[in-house]
Design a binder for this molecule. Structure first.
Ligand SMILES: Nc1ncnc2c1ncn2[C@@H]1O[C@H](COP(=O)(O)OP(=O)(O)OP(=O)(O)O)[C@@H](O)[C@H]1O
Length: 574
């Protein structure tokens, strides 16, 4: 109940709800009075050749007006409920997306991205359908049931009682059935998320999948998950599908009894033949809201399961909040200190222990080490994508946890090996770091980074529209664009993560040149696998299993003849 209440808060639009309710009542009244008039028209046929035409015509006219008015009211009510449902869903999506910005990176590192997307798209859609249908059908059902009871009791209490006793039977049976299917609906939503996650993962990495001739395995895995979804989907729908037919059978038995009892009562003169007809129509009208409610309940089950998945994310613990009164760094000098830093991703797996480091302003730091040594982790800590477990990292003497994340991250320009370009023009992609930049400034950054050369050869130049996933640029060209982006943003410090791998020698030289321009005079961190590019670095940190095992410049480290020398010789003296 708590969750339903919470969900309904999103759909609170009082005025529209009042209008929708009034219009639905109007439509229900039309539907309820129509059978009374049908009964009256039948009673105008007094006997063979004895028809009261004047009265009959008037009744038929009334019937037409009632049906038209009832349909119009229903159409308008649907319009209002649409507005309520879509506005609510809009708010829900907004909150879900807003939440993503407050979740710790740990969440995204451990969750399938397709599953998150599925919550945005499928789950939200299911809720929207549930609320839309739910509002309309439930209001309609309640008023139809109440109205029909009153009218039926007024017409003939014996038959009314018969309907009142049998109709809830069909409802109860269907309810028991849908309760059973609830468990499977939850499983179905999870399996759908699972399938989406796998499809997204495979499509994103299709090159790799094909390069490793892994299509068969990928198809098999997809099929396995698909089959699982089929099986839970089928089971839930199968169980739920019993609800409606069962209700119908019970309803039909009820009609037969009404026909029989009505006939007997008409023979004894207690009701007219027209009233029997009215009553039979009433029974149909009265049965419908019950079966509507039962099929609606399966829709509610799915919506409930989806709401649970969405609120699960909304209720996750936010990352540690920024300080209420943060320190602010306006003009960064660029001195960074690690003091007794311990860090681990998982509580029981220590990675970094007691790391102490001092980086002077303007220094160029190279981080080297084998894969999994902890290079990216160091960057994650510097930018507060993760927080240290114990110890402190300070920037210009201020513990970085005393700054807002925005203030800290604005000090860094980040060039990753995996470039991130969004769907849009090249010029907008470069301007991402400083949206207010003029076109001249964008061009200037492209020239300085060396990206201008290839951009200007494109038919649409800076107006070329890129697709986020598949943009036909080489990885070197993409990286030059991200370098241009950082150049335009002109941040005081830099982080370049494995920036020179996977690129042809010509582009690599261009990138190297761009890096040199970029890093001069700024505190900068470069993660590089090619040791040739870091000979000039002021400080080289050699990492292994989360520890900085050696530090110094190229000459001193070579002279030490330790891990760095070994790594260096392995690259240059084969
Ligand atoms: N989000 C995470 N959750 C749990 N463990 C992680 C996470 N990210 C990295 N690790 C683990 O931490 C260790 C260090 O990883 P890190 O990515 O820092 O290495 P790296 O030196 O940057 O490696 P590479 O050169 O391959 O990028 C590895 O053992 C890795 O498996």
């Amino acid at each position: 109940m708590k969750m339903i209440k919470r969900l309904l808060n999103y759909f609170e639009r009082k005025q529209q709800l009042i209008w929708a309710t009034i219009l639905i009542i109007g439509s229900v009244l039309g539907t309820l009075f129509a059978p009374v008039i049908v009964g009256r028209t039948i009673d105008q046929l007094v006997g063979r050749g004895q028809v009261r035409f004047a009265q009959l015509n008037q009744d038929i006219l009334w019937l037409l007006v009632l049906y038209l008015a009832s349909s119009l009211c229903l159409w308008l009510a649907t319009w209002f409920t649409n507005e309520i449902a879509y506005q609510g869903v809009n708010n829900l999506r907004h909150d879900l997306f807003a939440k993503l910005n407050f979740l710790p990176l740990r969440f995204f590192d451990t969750q399938q991205h397709g599953d998150i997307t599925s919550r945005f798209v499928n789950d939200v859609e299911t809720i929207s359908d549930g609320v839309l249908q739910g509002l309309l059908t439930s209001i309609q059902a309640v008023f139809t049931i109440v109205g029909a009871i009153i009218l039926m009791l007024y017409m003939d209490w014996v038959m009314a009682l018969m309907v009142l006793v049998t109709a809830p039977l069909s409802y109860l049976t269907a309810k028991i059935i849908t309760q059973k299917s609830q468990h499977y609906f939850r499983m179905q939503a999870d399996d759908l998320g699972n399938l989406n996650g796998y499809a997204e993962e495979t499509i994103a990495g299709l090159h790799t999948v094909q390069a490793f001739a892994h299509e068969k395995q990928a198809r098999a895995e997809f099929q396995k998950r698909n089959q699982q979804l089929y099986s839970t989907g089928f089971t839930s729908q199968f169980i739920a599908s019993f609800a409606n037919p069962t209700a119908r059978v019970i309803n039909n038995v009820m009609y037969a009894f009404i026909g029989l009892t009505g006939g007997l009562r008409a023979v004894s003169g207690q009701i007219t033949v027209g009233e029997i007809s009215s009553f039979l129509i009433f029974a149909t009208i009265f049965g419908k809201p019950f079966s509507d409610l039962t099929s609606l309940s399966s829709q509610f089950q799915s919506a409930y399961a989806s709401a649970k998945r969405i609120f699960h994310i909304i209720d996750l613990k936010d990352e540690v909040a920024d300080p209420t009164i943060p320190r602010v760094i306006d003009q960064v000098v660029g001195k960074i200190e690690f003091k007794q830093v311990d860090f681990s991703y998982e509580p029981d797996q220590h990675l970094i222990t007691n790391l102490n480091l001092t980086i002077q302003p303007g220094q160029q730091i190279a981080i080297v080490g084998e894969t999994g040594a902890g290079k990216t982790t160091l960057i994650n800590l510097l930018m507060r994508f993760y927080d240290v477990t114990t110890g402190t990292i300070s920037l210009d003497g201020v513990d970085i946890r005393q700054l807002t994340r925005e203030n800290l991250r604005r000090q860094y320009g980040l060039v990753l090996q995996e470039t991130w370009l969004f769907s849009g023009k090249i010029r907008d992609n470069i301007a991402f770091g400083r949206p207010s930049a003029t076109f001249a400034e964008i061009k200037q950054a492209a020239v300085e980074s060396g990206a201008a050369e290839f951009i200007e050869k494109l038919p649409q130049g800076y107006d070329t529209v890129l697709q986020a996933e598949n943009n036909n640029l080489s990885s070197g060209q993409q990286q030059l664009l991200t370098i241009a982006r950082v150049m335009l943003a002109n941040p005081p410090m830099l982080i370049l993560d494995e920036a020179t791998s996977n690129i042809d020698t010509y582009t690599e030289a261009k990138i190297q040149q761009a890096f040199n321009t970029l890093t001069s005079g700024r505190t900068s961190f470069v993660i590089a696998h090619r040791l040739s590019t870091i000979r000039q670095a002021d400080l080289i940190l050699v990492m292994d299993h989360g520890e900085v095992i050696e530090q110094g410049n190229h000459q001193t480290l070579l002279a030490q003849n330790g891990a760095y020398a070994k790594l260096y010789h392995s690259q240059f003296e084969d």
